[in-house]
Design a protein around this ligand. Structure first.
Ligand code: HEM
Length: 539
């Protein structure tokens, strides 16, 4: 019997291996140059490289190895787990076509494989499937057009007074460090600022990050939602391997961060309930999103929302929500996304920006000079530049964009083909349903587009430099109709925070400031691996 089982297993393995070997000829059969070294069953997609799965290296570095090998080709075929074909696009004109000109073919960001919880029916996974990052086709278009007005510059003006108020806490933290000659951990302090800003602007919630040395539970959950533990990686692999996927679904195992998701779900739903009950209006993102979808119609079912909450993990819930109008789920899911998408990305941008300023006093002097000029021209009743003034500080803008170029939080831009796509000027066709990746991290460090690409140089974003360069060589927020919806919010938040700090303090390198910060091994994003310590001095 054992011999028969072994023979069966060996035969199955042989068949799977044979299919894999055949699948990884997919691109060659279509006349597309490809990366041929592929490990069974993982393929050669850097996102599934053993070093990434085992959290030994940040995904951006593994992707960059592949980019360096193939950067002279306009595009290169690669293979995901089980030989799933994917294509990397290096040519900037082709990137422009994909993100803008031929957008209708590339509306979707992901195909079958959903890195937020796969196709599990567990409530927290279902919640993640309703948000902009992973929504598809017409539903994505509807949701995006409903929520876009929430992020116009007019609405951002409304947000600025929240940001200013929170930046006073940031200043206070800097003051204490300066007074006691304590070095400061940049991600720690800007993480607090970013968390309180997004929690207040987003949901009128005080995350309480400042004023305590202990991390609040709110901050802890927001921080860990994008950290990938070995367990998370195991679940990621399970979500895409058919047999394992079915087994996990049978056990109702959640695929993506159930504890954190439930925590934020509770907060958001309570905020909404509270707004309805008290009729309070704060003009924050929740109010604007509620306005956007005319939420009133589902609010009368608020009693039902409370009931959902109590049965959140039970199977009856999954059945119940199907019968319900999806409106409130859309708001909660997207509010949840805004909270997590807005927190870490902006915090790490400010962190790296302050780090680079600490290392380059010349750059900091120039920025301080611009800030001083603006402050000296304020009207008598003003203590801070207004929205329009902040938007017209060219050097501040360049410093931030250079930070995003060198330390881009999200290393790649993803799309998936809705139909076969013939590559313009080439006979190759990218078949329907193929993942298409653009390696933002590597493109923005390519010497073809930036001189001395590994050196921090805000002049890369002077008017003349920008005019000379192809705009698609700059991709921290993506481009086109599916680019980052929160870009204006993130840039404004970072500008307000930096002006507030540098108006009073100077940041300097200290003995613990690392020379070459590395991206974290356990995050898919660009979080620094080690703490970035700097010294703070009153000006
Ligand atoms: C420095 C900070 C940030 C960076 C670098 C960043 C970067 C990105 C990138 C690269 C994308 C994918 C774009 C594409 O596929 O073309 C994206 C999408 C998105 N971002 Fe951001 N982001 C930041 C801050 C924010 C903030 C503050 C919010 C919300 C307030 C936000 C909300 C979103 C949403 C909802 C999407 C999905 C858009 C869609 O698919 O329609 N992001 N972001």
């Amino acid at each position: 019997m054992i011999v028969e089982i072994l023979a069966l297993l060996l035969t199955l393995f042989g068949i799977a291996y044979g299919i894999f070997k055949y699948r990884i000829t997919f691109w060659a059969r279509r006349g597309v140059q490809s990366e041929t070294q592929a490990t069974f069953p993982f393929g050669n997609d850097p996102a599934f490289h053993p070093d990434v799965i085992l959290t030994k290296r940040n995904a951006a570095y593994v992707m960059d190895d592949l980019y360096q090998k193939h950067k002279d080709k306009p595009f290169v075929g690669i293979y995901g787990p089980l030989g799933q074909p994917t294509i990397f696009i290096n040519d900037l004109e082709l990137i422009k076509n994909i993100l803008i000109k031929d957008f209708e073919v590339f509306v979707d960001r992901i195909g079958q494989f959903n890195f937020f919880g796969g196709d599990s029916e567990v409530f927290t996974d279902r919640l993640w499937r309703q948000q902009l990052l992973t929504l598809k086709g017409e539903l994505w278009k509807d949701v995006r057009s409903v929520f876009s007005p929430v992020f116009t510059s007019g609405k951002m003006k409304l947000m600025m007074h929240f940001m200013k108020a929170i930046s006073l806490n940031l200043q206070e933290e800097m003051r204490q460090c300066a007074e006691h000659f304590n070095p400061i951990d940049l991600k720690g302090v800007f993480g607090k600022y970013s968390m309180d800003t997004i929690a207040t602007c987003g949901f009128g919630v005080d995350a309480g990050s400042f004023g305590s040395n202990k991390e609040t539970i709110f901050v802890k959950h927001a921080r860990t939602i994008f950290d990938r533990s070995h367990w998370d990686n195991l679940m990621l692999v399970c979500s895409i391997i058919p047999g394992l996927n079915a087994f996990c679904k049978m056990l109702k195992l959640p695929f993506f961060k159930p504890v954190e998701t439930k925590f934020f779900y509770d907060i958001i739903i309570q905020t909404i309930q509270n707004r309805v009950k008290t009729k309070e209006r704060k003009n924050d993102l929740v109010d604007l999103m509620i306005d956007a979808i005319h939420f009133e119609k589902t609010l009368k079912e608020i009693g039902e929302i409370e009931a959902y909450d109590n049965v959140i993990q039970s199977s009856s819930f999954a059945h119940k929500i199907k019968k319900t109008d999806f409106d409130e789920t859309l708001v909660v899911s997207n509010a949840l996304l805004i909270l997590v998408a807005g927190y870490d990305t902006t915090a790490m941008t400010m962190t790296y920006c302050a780090y680079e300023l600490a290392k380059s006093q010349v750059t900091q002097d120039k920025l301080i000079q611009e800030i001083d000029e603006v402050m000296s021209k304020l009207a008598e009743d003003q203590d801070f530049p207004d929205y329009n003034t902040i938007q017209t500080m060219p050097y501040l803008d360049s410093v931030l964009h250079e930070t995003l170029r060198l330390h881009c939080p999200i290393p790649l831009i993803l799309r998936n083909t809705a139909q076969d796509y013939k590559i313009p000027g080439h006979y190759a066709v990218i078949p329907k349903g193929t993942d298409v990746s653009m390696l933002a991290y590597s493109i923005m460090r390519d010497e073809k587009y930036y001189d001395n690409p590994n050196v921090f140089n805000p002049d890369n974003f002077s008017k003349t430099s920008k005019e000379k360069r192809n705009p698609f060589a700059y991709l921290p927020f993506g481009h086109g109709p599916r680019a980052c919806i929160g870009m204006r919010f993130a840039l404004l938040e970072a500008k307000v925070g930096l002006v507030s700090v540098l108006n009073k303090y100077r940041i300097k390198a200290c003995k613990d400031t690392p020379q070459h910060p590395m991206r974290s091994n356990s995050s898919f994003l660009g979080n620094p691996r080690d703490k970035l310590w700097v010294a703070v001095e009153a000006r």
